[in-house]
Design a protein around this ligand. Structure first.
Ligand code: SER
Length: 316
């Protein structure tokens, strides 16, 4: 049985991944790790460590205490927040990844680390972006993703570390609100549609970005980590795709499902970041190598988001 540590367990991905992994491997075999104190219900759900992932000795102690063999390393400052403090973005994102890779080498751990569409830049082909292409991002977050991918590849080739990665599109989820991402309008629109009946979108209506619903994202990385080693042929990070839509198309779908909802568009600094990223992704390598397949299209995702958020907000 695997013994898993999720670093960044209170974040957008971590808080959903921890429940899924505990369902599969047993609560006692999946340890949460985060800088932030967990809520009472999380404390009851299974083992949890509060600590700073940028301190290697703190991580090492947690790994030893729980005899960990598998790490999901999810800590990162995202694109918009990263532009506000590029130094912190570099230090946190790269420092914590280096710690995890060094410890993985030492302790023979399997590692998952997410890259992102932010690893691409303005010179990258925008439609059906290939697996192998120009990677010259213009945000610090994107720079840490390209550098991180190369670090993962280096540790794999040089020292045989079993590190696996995907380039996530924008992730849409209802359990934990995301923080500081450029793709967050695709989440905020649902929250505000139900809470306020209107939304002012911070990218223009024609902006198209690749997105994915969280249940697909979680299942995807669990399948990637379970795949036989010889099937993992990409040493950097796999392109992963699900749905691409414009901000207007998203607003239209929400309008159809939330009577009276209205959406206006007022692009801010995040527009420039959105414009530097692809519109759609060619993920045929992930589909061929380890059988990746998404389930949620735009309508199905919107229905599920609204149903769950209504429950969360106590609405009918
Ligand atoms: N969702 C992220 C962001 O917008 C991209 O990986 O920053």
């Amino acid at each position: 049985m695997k013994k898993i540590l999720i670093i960044g367990a209170n974040g957008q991905i971590g808080s959903e991944l921890i429940a899924a992994l505990r369902g599969k491997y047993g609560a006692g075999n999946v340890v949460g790790f985060d800088l932030r104190e967990p809520k009472e219900e999380q404390k009851k759900a299974g083992p949890f460590e509060v600590g700073d992932a940028s301190k290697k000795e703190v991580l090492a102690a947690a790994l030893d205490r729980h005899s960990i063999d598998t790490v999901f390393h999810l800590v990162a400052l995202l694109s918009a927040t990263g532009e506000k403090d590029p130094d912190l973005c570099w230090t946190l994102n790269m420092g914590s990844l280096k710690n995890v890779l060094d410890l993985a080498r030492e302790k023979k751990l399997q590692v998952f680390w997410p890259s992102s569409i932010a690893a691409f830049g303005p010179a990258t082909p925008k439609v059906k972006t290939p697996q192998e292409t120009v990677m010259a991002p213009t945000t610090m977050y994107g720079v840490t993703k390209v550098a991180g991918e190369l670090m993962c590849q280096y540790y794999k080739l040089k020292w045989g570390v079993d590190v696996r990665s995907v380039r996530y599109p924008g992730l849409i989820s209802w359990k934990t609100p995301p923080g500081g991402g450029t793709t967050d309008y695709a989440v905020a629109i649902f929250y505000e549609a139900l809470q306020k009946g209107s939304y002012e979108c911070f990218v223009g209506q024609k902006t198209i970005l690749p997105m994915m619903y969280m249940p697909d994202a979680i299942r995807g990385i669990m399948e990637l980590m379970e795949a036989p080693k010889e099937k993992i042929k990409v040493n950097t990070s796999y392109n992963l795709a699900a749905i691409s839509f414009s901000a207007q198309e998203l607003a239209d779908v929400v309008k159809k499902k939330v009577p009276g909802f209205s959406c206006s568009f007022k692009p801010d600094a995040r527009q420039k970041i959105a414009d530097s990223w692809p519109q759609s992704i060619d993920d045929s390598a992930a589909r061929a190598d380890w059988g990746w397949k998404h389930e949620y299209g735009l309508e199905k995702m919107a229905d599920d988001m609204l149903e769950n958020l209504k429950k969360k907000f106590g609405k009918k």
